[in-house]
Design a protein around this ligand. Structure first.
Ligand SMILES: [Zn+2]
Length: 300
């Protein structure tokens, strides 16, 4: 596949380079699929959550700008592998890759640095963010985090399975022939929102100082649309609409995930019921004390 330069994504919207880039993106997006008339729109307003026609997307991208972290066009038919070989990337590409990683790391570590966010203003670049924190010797900045921010990260391995938090995970594609289901992912987002998804890739990234971090690339169901993307019945069973996928930000740190299983909802073909696995130390499930008839207390 022809690999397009993604430099233009960082340019201003009125830059001719950006306009040319938009044309290239459209060309890519509308030749990858099976002649789809509409594809996800990566403008900052739609964030790949709305599907639009070519002229609509062109207008949106010129008007609102493109989501800058969306440098790997996985929602538009680009596979992960085609960009994995970091050595093959030219300098500019490496830069974009780094920015992409930075955005992601910012997301990943947003929680850790949240309380000092006000001090660093609206910095969205993890490097700038972490470095300025480091200068202030903030306790939230560990050596490890600093190394991550130093980037650029280099993908050193992709795997089909990975053991973390007491659970074995497998990528969706690799478990096709298996009876067991190990690709269901749950991750706790902001405001205790649980995101459910499917594991697509396990990626190990190396940073300066030999630090390695494992990322999961996932498809996430749309847990924001209550009723259409996710439902909870009177028995507190959660179901997800597998036809509704969230657009952006496919990556999470492997260390943050828990495991779930999906069971087909017999009444609704597009829906699956979420069953939480029994991961150790992931959910803080309080022990329920049951008092039986003879007055002895049993832990359940
Ligand atoms: Zn749009």
């Amino acid at each position: 596949m022809e690999s397009y330069n993604r430099d233009w994504m960082l340019c201003k919207k009125n830059d001719p380079k950006y306009r040319t880039g938009v044309k290239k993106f459209l060309e890519f997006a509308f030749t990858q699929g099976k002649g789809n008339q509409v594809v996800p729109c990566p403008c900052v307003k739609c964030n790949n959550e709305r599907r639009k026609t070519r002229p609509e997307i062109e207008l949106d991208l010129l008007k609102f700008g493109i989501v800058k972290s969306y440098t790997r066009w996985v929602r538009h038919g680009e596979s992960f592998e085609c960009q994995v070989d970091a050595n093959a990337l030219d300098d500019s590409h490496q830069n974009i890759e780094h920015n992409h990683m930075s955005d992601m790391l910012y997301e990943a570590f947003g929680m850790a640095t949240q309380e000092v966010d006000a001090e660093v203003g609206e910095a969205v670049d993890a490097k700038a963010n972490v470095t300025s924190l480091a200068q202030e010797k903030h306790p939230a900045v560990t050596e490890h985090l600093q190394a991550l921010a130093d980037g650029p990260g280099r993908v050193v391995a992709t795997m089909n399975s990975y053991m973390v938090n007491g659970c074995l995970f497998r990528t969706k594609d690799s478990e096709m022939e298996r009876e067991t289901q190990n690709s269901g992912i749950v991750v706790l987002g902001e405001n205790d929102v649980e995101y459910y998804g499917l594991l697509r890739e396990v990626i190990e990234v190396q940073y300066t100082g030999g630090n390695r971090v494992t990322l999961f690339m996932c498809d996430w169901w749309d847990v924001h649309s209550h009723g259409r993307g996710i439902t909870k019945d009177c028995f507190e069973f959660i179901s997800v609409n597998i036809g509704k996928v969230l657009g952006n930000d496919p990556y999470v740190l492997a260390s943050q995930v828990g495991q779930v299983y999906y069971v087909q909802d017999v009444a609704k073909p597009n829906w699956k019921v979420v069953v939480k696995a029994n991961p150790r130390n992931f959910y803080d499930v309080p022990e329920i004390l049951v008092q039986d008839s003879i007055g002895e207390t049993t832990k359940v």
